[in-house]
Design a protein around this ligand. Structure first.
Ligand SMILES: CC(C)(COP(=O)(O)OP(=O)(O)OC[C@H]1O[C@@H](n2cnc3c(N)ncnc32)[C@H](O)[C@@H]1OP(=O)(O)O)[C@@H](O)C(=O)NCCC(=O)NCCS
Length: 163
């Protein structure tokens, strides 16, 4: 892993709207909108960015109330990671891990330490989640794509992979 010594995590601000909108549309073309970012605007205390030299290079959106997918809401109290994206140039430098640590810190305060997220089974991000302590809670299919529902908490020990 390359090291980024000066990556800083902070809360999302309205001034981050364009930068975070671009991050989302570049990495998730299926959104075709700034909806996730506007959602962050409305719930700014639940959105985080990572910056390098004051430039926004990553964005994470979390929820910790009922406004999350039903599967995850069944695991409340928890912090649900709705969206995590790192700019391509800054990937594999530990920034995704840094933001997930922020979600875990929030969860320690609001949700007994439990963090939940959903990931397509073929997304390479599964490796990141496995490495950072997430384990499979369940699996399903959304829009024809198999996904895992993953949980990270002091009580999750089984591996993500299924036979
Ligand atoms: C997934 C994503 C957020 C990872 O962010 P990142 O900053 O690159 O992650 P980190 O540098 O903290 O990765 C830590 C470890 O996770 C694993 N990992 C991360 N990305 C990986 C990948 N693409 N392939 C395989 N392993 C990966 C590695 O073990 C890595 O350690 P290493 O670099 O020493 O091998 C980033 O690739 C991204 O924005 N992807 C597009 C959006 C996306 O798919 N988001 C997840 C939706 S659920």
């Amino acid at each position: 892993m390359a090291h980024v010594p000066c990556a800083v995590v902070r809360g999302w601000r309205i001034a981050d709207l364009d930068a975070t909108g671009l991050l989302c549309s570049d990495s998730f073309p299926q959104y075709h909108s700034t909806a996730p970012v506007l959602r962050a605007w409305r719930n700014s205390r639940k959105a985080y960015v990572a910056t390098v030299a004051d430039k926004v290079v990553a964005f994470m959106l979390v929820e910790d109330d009922e406004s999350m997918p039903d599967d995850a809401a069944a695991l409340l109290p928890c912090v649900y990671v709705w969206l995590l994206v790192v700019a391509p140039k800054f990937r594999r430098c530990g920034i995704g891990t840094l933001l997930l640590n922020e979600a875990k810190t929030r969860a320690e305060v609001t949700a007994g330490g439990r963090v939940v997220l959903q990931v397509d089974q073929d997304n390479p991000a599964v490796s990141l989640y496995e490495k950072t302590g997430f384990r499979q809670y369940s699996e399903g299919v959304c829009d024809g794509k198999p996904f895992y529902l993953l949980v990270c908490s002091p009580n999750t020990k089984a591996p993500i992979s299924v036979a």
